[in-house]
Design a binder for this molecule. Sequence first.
Ligand code: ATP
Length: 497
Amino acid sequence: MFNLSASIAYHARREPDRAAIIYRDEAISYADFHERIRQAAALLQSRGVGRNDVVALFMKNSAAFLELAFAASYLGAVFLPINYRLAAPEAGYILEDANAKLLFVDDEFPEIVALETPKVIVDAAAQADSRRLAEPGLAVPEQAATAEHDLVRLMYTSGTTSRPKGVMHSYGNIHWKSIDHVIALGLTSKERLLVVGPLYHVGAFDLPGIAVLWVGGTLCVHREFDPEAVLASIERHRLTCGWMAPVMLSRVLAVPNPERFALETFGWCIAGGEKTPESRIRDFTRVFTHGRFIDGFGMTETCSGDTLMEPGREIEKIGSTGRALPHVEIRIADHEGHWLPAGQIGEICVRGPKVTRGYWNAPEKTAEAFFGGWLRSGDVGYLDDEGFLFVTDRSKDMILTGAENVASSEVEAVLYEMPQIAEAAVIGVHDEKWGERITAVVVLNPGQTLTLEEIDRHCRKRVANFKVPRELKIVEELPRNPSGKVLKRVLRDQYNA
Ligand code: ATP
C-alpha cells in the first residue's frame, strides 16, 4: 500500500508514545499524530474532498501543515503546498492552474483569505493544538488504497528562473526518494531532524523529512527561521540532523559565541538548493564539532537529494555535491544530447524512479524538460572520474562575455575568499562591447568597505582576466526567494534596466 500515512499508522501501533513531531516545544506522539491525521481526513471529507481532489495549503510551518498533507494522502487526495510569500494574484494563478478544490490558509494572510475560493481559515495562533482543525461528530473514513503511480502532491517550482510550474509527485517518487535517503544517510528511529526551511519547499519537506517519519524518527518543526533559535533547539531537543538552505546555514554559523550551546548531538546537516560557499563548509566543523556537512544536489522535479556527499570525503571533494544515490542515474549531456565523459562540462541529466513524470497541465513544458526518459536539469556541471558531481552553474546564469563562457559560481567562490564580503552574486549585465559585462553584486560584512580595484587585485591572482568583475554594486541585501536562493534574474532586470 502506497500511502504517506501508512508508516505513521505502523509506528502508532508499534510505539504509540514515541514523538513524531515537536512543534512549539510540544511533542506529538505517533499515536496522537495518527489520530490527528484521521480527524483532519474526516474534516476534508466533510468539505467534499475526495480521491484525486487537490487540497491547497497556504500556511507557515506547523504541525497542522503536516497533518493536513498526510490527511490528504490518507483520503487519496493530492496536496498542494503553496509558497506563503506569494502575492494574492500569484497564489490565485496556482490555485486556478491546479484546479484546487479546497484551500487551507493561515489567518495571518488576509489577502489570500480574501480570495474567492472554497477555503478553511486556520487560526495560526492556536495551531499548537491543531485538533481545532477537527470537528466533533464527523465520521472518520478508511485510509484510501492508493497505488504507486497515483499522484500525491503538486509542488510548484520556486520560479527562480521562470514562472512556477506544477511538478507532479507520485507515491512511487516519494517512496524511492525515501528508500534512497534511508540508505544514504543510514536513518534510524533515533533521528531527530531539524525542520526549519519552509515546508512548501521540497528541501524542508523531503530532505529527508518524510524518510525520517518512515523510520519512526522525530521532526522538530520551526514555524519560522531564526538562527539563534536553531542552536537553542538543537540543544533543547538534542537534535541529531537537519537540512538548511546555504543562506540559512551561513546565518546560523554567524551567531556570536555558538559555544554557548551544547551542539554535540548534531551529527550532520545537509545544505542544497544553491551552492554553499567553500568557506562556510570549513566554518561548519568549527561550530558543529561533532557534525559533518553534507552538500546535496536535487530539484523539486526529483523530490530532492539526488546526490549526497559521502562521509569522510567532504574536504577532499570540496565543491562537489557528492555521488548519485542508489536509484538515481546522473549523466552529463552536450547540446545535442550526446553523453560526455568524466571531466567534461555539460548539462546535468537525471533519471530514476524518484523523478517526476512531468508538469501539471503543461505537456509542452514536460516535453522540453525530458529526452529519452532523462530529465534535463537546466544546470551545467561535470562528473569526476569517481562519479562525484560538480555543479558549475545554472545554464541561465552562465555569463557570455567576449565569446567566453563564465560560470558565475566560479567567480563568486573567489569573491567569498575576501574577508569584506558576506554575500556575493555575480551576473552578466548587457554590454555593447562584450555582450555581457561581469558584475559583482555584494553585501559587505559589518564595518567593511570595498572597491572595484580591490576586487580586481584579488581576482586577477586567482582566475583568468576575462572572469574578473568589471563592475561592483554594493547592496544592503540580495533578492532571494523564500527558500533562500538568490534571484539573479531580478538583479539582471534591475541592472539591465
Ligand atoms: P526554477 O523555478 O527556475 O525551476 P527552482 O530554484 O525553483 O528553479 P528548485 O527545484 O527549488 O528549482 O531547485 C533546483 C535547483 O537548485 C537545481 O536545478 C540547481 O540549479 C540548484 N541546486 C540544487 N542543489 C544544489 C547544490 N547542491 N549546489 C548548487 N546548486 C544546487
